[in-house]
Design a binder for this molecule. Structure first.
Ligand SMILES: [Zn+2]
Length: 204
């Protein structure tokens, strides 16, 4: 019986993208905690924790490794708490969190992109970056040209703060790979009532 259960679990994991409840990888949780500690220090981290539920605080006090899986709702709640505690309650400013995640260079993947110095290649790899953080949703890059690209983001927990955080990640990734004057247009956005977010990125 145990074998059957394990098989079911591994089948679900390998097919990916079905279990929306425990699919946020530790990478994103670790990055969020690092942002809070950098912005707020130990006292700010305490205030941040007070915005979470007791159950969520207990999880954050436990062991968190990059590939462990957590509730997407925890990640969403952390982003909201960060906006409320450190970004004046302004969801547009969650772009700063996205920038931090890239610029802090938490993973060797980013250092690799930085070395490549090629914005087009960097943005072409955005879908793989998504998979570092989530096992639900998808990030599709298309209309890829030397100085522009479109990206479509679908995600069950997509909301305005999450959209702007992700946009900040795109902009920082491009800048890290030597793009200049990066602009982003929100052609479709959950904040405008669309079911997904579609970004048009241009740079020089
Ligand atoms: Zn959006």
């Amino acid at each position: 019986m145990h074998g059957t259960t394990l098989d079911k679990h591994s089948a679900r994991r390998s097919s990916g993208n079905n279990d929306a409840t425990r699919s946020a990888k530790g990478t994103g949780i670790i990055a969020g905690i690092a942002f809070v500690k950098k912005r707020g220090g130990p006292q700010g981290y305490e205030r941040f924790l007070q915005r979470l539920t007791q159950q969520e605080r207990t999880i954050l006090e436990g062991l968190i490794t990059p590939m462990m899986q957590f509730d997407e709702a925890l990640l969403q709640h952390m982003v909201h708490a960060i906006v409320d505690e450190f970004l004046d309650g302004n969801p547009e400013r969650s772009a700063e969190l996205g920038r931090f995640i890239i610029e802090d260079g938490l993973s060797s993947m980013y250092r690799m992109f930085r070395k490549m110095g090629d914005p087009t290649k960097t943005i072409a790899g955005a879908g793989r970056i998504w998979q570092l953080y989530h096992s639900v949703g998808s990030l599709q890059v298309y209309d890829l040209e030397p100085k522009s690209a479109r990206i479509r983001l679908t995600y069950p927990y997509l909301d305005l703060p999450f959209c702007r955080m992700t946009a900040g990640m795109f902009i920082a990734s491009l800048e890290q790979s030597s793009a200049q004057t990066v602009r982003i247009a929100h052609e479709k956005c959950v904040a405008k009532g669309d079911r997904y977010c579609q970004y048009h990125l241009t740079w020089k």
